[in-house]
Ligand binder design. Structure first.
Ligand code: G4P
Length: 281
């Protein structure tokens, strides 16, 4: 299976990021808590050099709690500020403004020494497609957001969302390109649905997921779908088709349908909370 992102997209995303990053003090990087490494693009370290950094483990509700804590410790050990959030339900969002202040402490202190007081911290959200950037911005900005910029008489510029007296957020997130040159990462991103299914073979992908689950979370699929233990992932898919009554022409097992059900239920947490990768030791 091969995963691709068009070079044109990447060039455009990178150019916009380079432009916008000049305007900010803090990079808020969203990663998916189920794949905190595969959903990162290390190029952000170079692009965000000299900026304060905050990593958010988003969709923490879909990942294992114990692993969320391991990943937080990992990122903190690397010198990042890190928090787990559930942007969809608002979990962890309340603490963010305090965390932003904390992450920018050094900069605020530098300003103060130079006699610059009360200059708001400017931040920007970045992450790969589908990681939850818009959901997070909406959750954080809520109703209280007051947009600044684009005032009459002012040249059309960036839109800043004023979160409070001391923090402003760029309203358009920066899009990072997934690292498709790494096929394992590509596969994990496909499992969690961050790559469009149209370009993937549903059955083939589902079979890979069955294999992964069999080794990382043995017994879980058997229990959730009420199916016998399986070695061959395609046999496992057939069992799911049987237990979910996925049939074509009334009698043949529809493994394509079973594959779609499996992927969908895995992605939206119906099968449980799973973390697909552990921090390297
Ligand atoms: P993006 O801007 O980075 O591309 O991502 P976006 O906010 O559009 O979010 C992508 C999907 O992820 C959305 O689901 C969104 O609801 C979901 N999402 C975002 N944050 C969280 C989270 O913390 N937990 C969970 N469980 N889901 C989250 P969707 O399928 O596009 O729509 P819907 O399912 O909300 O209808």
């Amino acid at each position: 299976m091969h995963f691709q992102w068009y070079p044109g997209h990447m060039t455009k995303a990178r150019r916009m990021m380079q432009e916008n990053i000049k305007l900010i003090d803090l990079v808020i990087e969203l990663v998916d808590a189920r794949v905190p490494m595969s959903s990162r693009n290390p190029d952000i370290d170079e692009l965000g050099k000299g900026k304060a950094r905050l990593i958010l483990l988003n969709k923490a509700d879909l990942a294992e709690e114990r692993m969320n804590d391991e990943w937080l410790a990992y990122f903190k050990g690397k010198g990042f500020s890190a928090v787990k959030v559930n942007s969809k339900k608002g979990g962890g969002i309340k603490s963010i403004q305090g965390v932003i202040q904390e992450a920018c402490k050094e900069k605020t202190e530098r300003d103060r020494k130079r006699g610059i007081l009360n200059r708001p911290v400017r931040a920007m959200v970045v992450g790969i497609p589908n990681v939850g950037k818009s959901t997070f911005i909406n959750a954080l900005a809520g109703k209280a957001c007051a947009k600044t910029g684009n005032k009459p008489g002012v040249t059309k510029g960036k839109q800043w969302i004023r979160l409070n007296r001391s923090v402003e957020l760029l309203d358009t997130p920066g899009i990072l390109w997934p690292k498709f040159e790494d096929q394992t990462a590509g596969m994990r991103l496909a499992f969690i649905g961050s790559i469009k299914d149209e370009i993937l073979q549903t059955e083939e992908l589902a079979a890979e997921l069955m294999k992964f689950m069999n080794s990382a979370y043995p017994g879980v699929l058997e229990e959730k779908y009420g199916i016998p233990a399986f070695e061959d992932p395609y046999e496992g898919l057939k069992s799911i088709a049987e237990s979910r009554h996925c049939l074509v022409r009334g009698s043949e097992l529809d493994t394509e349908k079973a594959a779609a059900i499996l992927l969908d239920e895995f992605r939206n947490g119906k099968l449980g909370r799973f973390t697909l990768e552990a921090p390297e030791a």
